[in-house]
Design a protein around this ligand. Structure first.
Ligand SMILES: NC(=O)c1ccc[n+]([C@@H]2O[C@H](COP(=O)([O-])OP(=O)(O)OC[C@H]3O[C@@H](n4cnc5c(N)ncnc54)[C@H](O)[C@@H]3O)[C@@H](O)[C@H]2O)c1
Length: 346
């Protein structure tokens, strides 16, 4: 399969690129290289003759048309997006521009290319989205593919809008689409403004470990390489027009998660005195902070046979090991604008 991956220099996109190349697929990585991108994430995959890079913005229709014409992909995996909720609170415009308008341009470029090919139903436009489109859960219940959309942040609203566009392009134009909505990812190459890398890196630097509100917000954590595996399964075997929820069934409150990371670090890089958990500090909550997300992954498990390869305990340990071994990678990214600052308190 030749797959056009958008956002392949980001956190999840790069995991998809690495796995697709390892499995012998041809990959065209199309990325605008925003502040969140790092081509080092795919440095090894880029050595492969099966890899090509296109430096382009998904809002640039002419550049998208040129990429489709030159590379003639069998499938698109669309991951390019603005992805940080806190940044979406401070500057929602970029999220509308990229996540909504950019997805519109991707759909139109894909539709024109697909029509020019004679509308093969083997073509796939796979839209990668988030469970945040469903809004928030109370103490019980799970998000299924039938849960009504109720996004609460500018980020999740922009992703919900893009999901609706993809659905409409399938219904109206017959574009062969599949959609996935995934829970919170973590693992290697996670950009150092997101919770897990912030906690690991602040802990090592002797800084406060900031927890929003009282730390009771619950997320369902999935190791990024398991997400990439699920995504390749869906693009290859997913039923036309179907959406699949992807989650690890690993619910943790933010406070539990941070304490688990501290416990791993206490063993792997012990402090002279005390525990890293002594550095935990509670800070003002994020406005509109969703209380709980939890995915029911029954559909992808039963229909496609997917299951995660690691537990959250194993995944967190692998993640800590990766950050301890890759200081050059994260130090360079910590110098980028806004990283390390408290954002999204508006
Ligand atoms: N991180 C998560 O936990 C999570 C969970 C579920 C779904 N998702 C979705 O997965 C996708 C990838 O998330 P991520 O965490 O890897 O994001 P990321 O911020 O790490 O990477 C995004 C990538 O997209 C590129 N990009 C941004 N704007 C672009 C544009 N206008 N044109 C071309 N490229 C552009 C960036 O340069 C970057 O390489 C997103 O669509 C996100 O909504 C993320």
């Amino acid at each position: 399969m030749k797959v056009l991956v958008t956002g392949g220099a980001g956190f999840i996109g790069s995991a998809v690129v690495r796995l697709a190349i390892a499995r012998g697929h041809q990959v065209v990585n199309l990325d605008a290289l925003t502040y969140a991108a790092c081509l080092e994430n795919v440095a090894e995959a880029a050595q492969s003759p099966n890899y090509a890079f296109v430096h382009a913005d998904i809002r640039d229709r002419a550049a998208l048309d040129a990429a489709f014409a030159e590379h003639a992909p069998d499938a698109v995996m669309h991951l390019a997006a603005e992805s940080h909720v806190d940044r979406s609170i401070d500057g929602p415009g970029a999220f509308i521009e990229t996540n909504v308008n950019g997805t519109y341009h991707m759909l139109e470029a894909a539709r024109a290319y697909w029509a020019a090919q004679g509308k093969p139903d083997t073509f796939r436009f796979h839209h990668i989205s988030t469970d945040e489109v469903y809004g928030t859960l109370g103490a019980t219940g799970l998000f299924t593919e039938e849960t009504p959309y109720a996004p609460n942040s500018p980020y999740s609203a922009s992703k919900a809008a893009s999901d609706h566009l993809v659905r409409a392009w399938a219904e109206t134009y017959g574009l062969p689409v599949v959609l996935t909505n995934c829970s919170n990812n973590y693992g290697p190459y996670h950009f150092p403004e997101k919770l897990i890398p912030v906690v690991i890196l602040n802990a090592l630097a002797g800084k406060d470990l900031p927890i929003y509100g009282d730390g009771s917000n619950v997320r369902d954590w999935l190791y990024v390489e398991d997400h990439a595996d699920a995504l390749l399964l869906v693009v290859e075997k997913g039923a036309l027009g179907r959406s699949y929820n992807i989650g690890g069934e690993n619910e943790r409150s933010n406070l539990q998660l941070v304490k688990a990371l501290c416990a791993i670090l206490d063993v792997k890089r012990p402090k002279e005195t005390g525990s890293y958990s002594d550095q935990i500090t509670f800070v003002t909550d994020r406005p509109g902070h969703d209380a709980r997300y939890a995915i029911d992954p029954t559909r992808i498990r039963t229909e496609l046979g997917w299951q995660p390869s690691v537990t959250v305990e194993e995944g967190l340990e692998k993640t800590v090991d990766w950050y301890l071994a890759n200081e050059d990678w994260w130090r360079a990214l910590q110098a980028r604008a806004g990283v390390g600052e408290r954002l999204g308190t508006a």
